[in-house]
Design a binder for this molecule. Structure first.
Ligand code: NAD
Length: 374
């Protein structure tokens, strides 16, 4: 199987879809690997490290014409898709939610596109789940960014010169990113509270030593889908949640928001009025910024200051940990490979496997993902 690794082109993207380590693993499994020149540079993996691992490193033209499986972090542009060989398998974070046009472009180009975002949430697929591997790092990095922006210390410090109070941190959305944010803020010494609409989150928050704050009514008890994601809540629930949050948030120093509903705009959890009730110097890191943001004032990739409160809308926190994020994403892709090859090591997509069925946007020139059926 011939695998090609693309250099990412989005501004600010530092990640790469294969590392020298995963190249070694893939070669051991019988694949040949071609890496685009400079693909790993921003994640601190130089071309020479890929060559030492056994890959060939070449310019984009050679890469595109030769890949049976093409690995990327973010979706390539239409021109790149058209230059891929017919029946090439494209795997990466393809931002597929609700974007039938992208799927149609892949189909037209004869590319079989597999979106990591649609990895089913079943135990067997956990090692392929790139949303989790990347969200975990985003949660960690969000707290590091918050600690940097917040002009005070996180832990309580009792010194001869007086006592510094511990920072109060509130994490909204206790999924993969939120739980890591809680753990990181706790490690730094903050007093942490957290909220979520899924009841399963309550125990997980408590197990990390944080206090759970939520409207726990009948709707809350049924708010998790079979796939493990949150449902969109009713307007009544949202109003009660907002009331609770408004009172709580006014006492916080640091807020990390991570709330997402797959395929929908991020829920607006923090209003301008709530921000105005916060203390000057407080910081909000909105991990949901790329999906519209959890606050009314979030602007993608900007740090907005409003009445002394700063709201940071980083849209790609994993890229701020390029080497680690690449390592985990590349490992997710290695774990996908057995589903793309025959026992002899040739290209052979296992179309009947539930993981592939979940991820496939296109197959042999047609759009096949059920989410695009109208
Ligand atoms: P996500 O990124 O889609 O959403 C982040 C969090 O926001 C979720 O916990 C969600 O419940 C929460 N949220 C949504 N609306 C909210 C609102 N109005 N107020 C407060 N919170 C809100 O979710 P995620 O982090 O990818 O994962 C959610 C769950 O799935 C986690 O418990 C995770 O452990 C689990 N999971 C399971 C598997 C598996 O079984 N293979 C894999 C990955 C994740």
């Amino acid at each position: 199987m011939r695998i090609a690794v693309l250099k990412e082109s989005r501004p600010g993207e530092t990640r790469v879809a294969a590392t020298p380590d995963t190249v070694k693993t893939l070669i051991k499994s019988g694949a040949s690997i071609a890496v685009e020149t400079g693909a790993g540079a921003l994640a601190h993996f130089p071309d020479s490290a890929y060559e030492s691992a056994g890959a060939t490193v070449s310019a984009r033209d050679a890469i595109l014409s030769n890949g049976e499986v093409v690995l990327c972090v973010r979706r390539p542009d239409a021109e790149t898709l058209e230059r891929l060989p017919a029946k090439a398998v494209l795997a990466g974070l393809l931002e597929p939610h609700g974007d039938k046009e992208f799927a149609e472009t892949c189909a037209k180009a004869g590319v079989n596109a597999l979106a990591l975002e649609f990895t089913p949430r079943i135990t067997r697929a956990q090692s392929i789940d790139a949303l989790s591997s990347q969200s975990n790092l985003a949660g960690y990095r969000a707290v590091i960014e918050a600690a940097y922006l917040y002009g005070r210390a996180f832990p309580m410090m009792m010194t001869a010169a007086g006592t510094i109070a511990a920072a109060k941190a509130f994490v909204m959305g206790a999924g993969v990113a939120g739980l890591q944010a809680i753990a990181t803020a706790r490690r730094l010494g903050a007093i942490v509270t957290a909220t979520d609409v899924r009841p399963a989150a309550k125990e997980q928050v408590a197990s990390l030593g944080a206090k759970f704050v939520a409207v726990e009514d009948e709707e809350f008890k049924a708010a998790e889908t079979a796939g493990g994601y949150a449902k969109e809540m009713s307007d009544e629930y949202k109003a009660r949640q907002a009331e609770l949050v408004a009172a709580h948030i006014a006492k916080q120093d640091v807020v990390v928001t991570t709330a997402l509903i797959p395929g929908r705009p991020a829920p607006r959890l923090i209003t301008q009025a709530m921000i105005e009730a916060m203390k000057p110097g407080s910081v909000i890191i909105d991990i949901a910024a790329a999906n519209g943001g959890n606050t009314e004032l979030t602007k993608p990739d900007e740090i907005v200051e409003h009445k002394g409160v700063r709201i940071a809308g980083f849209t790609n926190l994993p890229a701020r940990l390029g080497a680690d994020a690449s390592q985990l994403l590349a490992k997710n892709l290695v774990n996908l490979m057995p589903l793309l090859r025959t026992e002899e090591g040739a290209l052979g997509v296992q179309w009947d496997d539930d993981i592939i069925k979940g991820m496939a946007l296109t197959r042999d020139g047609s759009v096949v993902h059920p989410s695009y059926e109208s």
